[in-house]
Design a protein around this ligand. Structure first.
Ligand SMILES: NC(=O)c1ccc[n+]([C@@H]2O[C@H](COP(=O)([O-])OP(=O)(O)OC[C@H]3O[C@@H](n4cnc5c(N)ncnc54)[C@H](OP(=O)(O)O)[C@@H]3O)[C@@H](O)[C@H]2O)c1
Length: 247
């Protein structure tokens, strides 16, 4: 029996997560939508339903385990067993290192590290019992080595990469594919391109390219799984990786 096409997308209320949720729905997935702001999730669900898809709104703080477990139960009860989890929810903190408080650090870890940990733990055991499933972690270049003033964010994303890799090796033999999708650079969301004025749109990673890569990972045969993939635009926007300009 082929796996039912049920996806859970975190951070689906806006930005990249909304695009991912819509794409998953277009690919035939019924989609559980997670974020804290119910009204934004309702908007995503409405876009999906207008296009003929199926979505369930489950307002959830991914940093709170009980809420994550309740959301996963609701999605599996209403839609069916989750076959794809996209860990996309994230929060940024940009602050000089000496000003990062303990609360700031906790907050970044809660959303960017505990969140994917709780969500993955809630679904991956059931996927393994069924012998199939995909878990994808949407990372940024900070999961390798971050720019200045992002110490808390970088630490939280680096930890998320470690979870992605551990899950990949622990569950691959049980049919579950875990992959880290590292988006190395600014994404071409409207808020970003608007602020950038007349910058070449190719400076930004297109959300469509992120969704294309996600679908590629999800549809990979189990004898050719990718555990980690990077996407970056030809234009490297961070000084630390920018190509040297000709004198
Ligand atoms: N934008 C970029 O240029 C870029 C580049 C590389 C990687 N990324 C990664 O891509 C992901 C999405 O980024 P984005 O730019 O689309 O972000 P965004 O526009 O700020 O959206 C973030 C989403 O995550 C949700 N979220 C935040 N905290 C949450 C929590 N505690 N529990 C549940 N949901 C939560 C937000 O909803 P609520 O606030 O309502 O909860 C929202 O739906 C992030 O992981 C980010 O690190 C982004």
């Amino acid at each position: 029996m082929p796996e039912a096409k049920i996806a859970l997308v975190t951070g689906a209320g806006r930005g990249i997560g909304r695009e991912i949720a819509q794409r998953m729905a277009r690919e035939g997935y019924a989609v559980g939508l997670i974020a804290r702001t119910k009204s934004q999730l309702e908007e995503t669900a409405e876009l999906i339903r207008q296009a003929g898809g199926k979505a369930l709104v489950t307002p959830t703080d991914v940093g709170k385990r009980e809420q994550v477990l309740a959301a996963v139960d609701a999605v599996e009860r209403e839609l069916g067993p989750i076959s794809v989890l996209i860990n996309n929810a994230g929060a940024y903190l940009r602050k000089p290192f000496l000003e990062i408080s303990e609360d700031d650090f906790d907050f970044q870890l809660k959303v960017n590290t505990y969140g994917p940990f709780f969500c993955t733990q809630a679904v991956v055991g059931r996927m393994a019992e069924r012998g199939a499933g995909t878990v994808i972690f949407v990372l940024g270049s900070e999961s390798r080595s971050g720019p200045l003033q992002y110490a808390a964010y970088n630490a939280s994303k680096l930890a998320q990469r470690a979870i992605a890799e551990s899950v990949a090796y622990e569950f691959m033999h049980r049919g579950v594919h875990s992959a880290a999708l590292d988006v190395d650079g600014a994404v071409g969301l409207e808020r970003v391109t608007d602020a950038a004025g007349d910058a070449d749109p190719d400076h930004f990673v297109a959300t469509q390219s992120i969704c294309d890569e996600l679908m590629h990972l999800i549809n990979q045969p189990r004898n050719a799984w990718t555990f980690s993939v990077d996407l970056r635009s030809y234009w490297q926007w961070r000084p630390r990786v920018a190509a040297k300009k000709k004198a």
